[in-house]
Structures are given as structure tokens and as C-alpha cells.
Write a protein that binds this ligand. Sequence first.
Ligand SMILES: Nc1ncnc2c1ncn2[C@@H]1O[C@H](COP(=O)(O)OP(=O)(O)O)[C@@H](O)[C@H]1O
Ligand SMILES: [Mg+2]
Length: 223
Amino acid sequence: MASLELRHVSKIYSTGDQQLAALRDVSLTCRPGVVTAFLGRSGCGKSTLLNLAGAMDFPTAGEVLIDGVSTTACTDAQLTTLRRGRIGFVFQFFQLLPTLTALENVELPLLLANTPAPRAIARERLQWVGLADRGSAYPHQLSGGQMQRVAVARALSQSPAILIADEPTGNLDTASGEQVLQLIRRAATEFGASVLMATHSLEAAAIADVRIHLRDGHIESHS
Ligand SMILES: Nc1ncnc2c1ncn2[C@@H]1O[C@H](COP(=O)(O)OP(=O)(O)O)[C@@H](O)[C@H]1O
Ligand SMILES: [Mg+2]
């Protein structure tokens, strides 16, 4: 079964008396082990699409199905379980908690989900991203590339079915960005995650299996 499906999804933002169609009739399927990149200029709807796919927001029309279940039909408890256990997020500006060490940042989602042996899993994930020796460092003591690798370790802490990365290399130099992209690629291959990545970068688009070009909220082409 596809882990993620969008069926005729539209998203309209209403602010005051203004309405803006950020997504218009978008349908797509993302499968386990496959990296899908979303390309297109700023404002074309990439982040909106990822937020809907990650059950952080809901479509105005159409459906987002995660493991066959519509996010719109989920109870709050089901949504919490989904977001904590099935979906991992990586953001452009890392969003690590500054008062926690690298290891504690990776461990936190495991603690919140009451997963057994959270510390051991967190250590294993830090090792997986090549930062086993930086577990006791605080985010401000790490480089941007290291912070993003910690963020990838955190996103993968629960072995999510879906990994969502919104401009994951947007704030990194080329070499650090390449390391992060290789981890994202391996997340699909080794964890079997269905990866959705928004990007402007050609290097990032190059690691994807499927490239979807968005324009003004609709799918312009696949490549
Ligand atoms: N919360 C919001 N409220 C109103 N408009 C929004 C909101 N989020 C995004 N938009 C608008 O929706 C469109 C798509 O934005 P976004 O999904 O962030 O695009 P991208 O990530 O491709 O830059 C833009 O016109 C943006 O200004
Ligand atoms: Mg965006």
C-alpha cells in the first residue's frame, strides 16, 4: 500500500476577506523507499503541500491519506500518534531545542512516545548520522551541517514511514548539504521511509527518484 496519497487536494488560505488558493487539485502517491522532490519557485505551494502531507494542516477540499486513513477523519489522539510515530520532519532552520544536548534532542520524541530504551535508540541514530562523539554538545556548539544531521537523527528516531524535509539544505554550504542529502537518500533506502522533500537546489533534486514541479499551486510536470 502507498504510505501517502493526496487525492484532489486543494488548500485555500483565508486572511480577512482575502482568499488565496495555495494548492489546486493536487493528486499524487508517495511510496516507501522513494524520494519525491517538490520543486518550484517561492510561493508555489511546496511548504503547504508538505504540511498537509505531514498532518500538520488539513486540505480545504480533497483528502490526504496516510496508510490509507484520511487525516481529516482522524481524532486528535490519532493525529498525535501519527505525528509522533509515523512522520518525521526536517526543517530548513533545524529547529533543535537549544537547551538540550544533541543526544537529548534525538531522545525527546522517543520519551514523548513512551518508546522503550529511548537513550539506546538515540545513540544509535546519532551514530547513524556520524555524530556518535557529539552527543553531549549543545546545538550552539555544532556547525549548521552537524545541527541538520542531528535533526535528521531526531526525525528518524521512531523509524517513521514518512520523512518530510522542507528545504533541508537551504541554510547549508554545499559540502554539508551533500552529507545531509546522502542521509536523506539513505533514510529512504535503509529505513524504507517515503521521503518528501521541498527544495530549490539542483543537487537536492538530483538525489530524488521522482521530481514534481509545482507552479501556482498545481502540478506542472513530473520528471
Ligand atoms: N498560513 C498562511 N496564511 C496565508 N497564506 C499563506 C500561508 N502559508 C502560505 N501562504 C501563501 O500560500 C502560498 C504558498 O506558500 P508556501 O506553501 O509557503 O510556498 P513555498 O513553500 O513553495 O514557498 C504563498 O502565496 C503564501 O504566501
Ligand atoms: Mg516553503
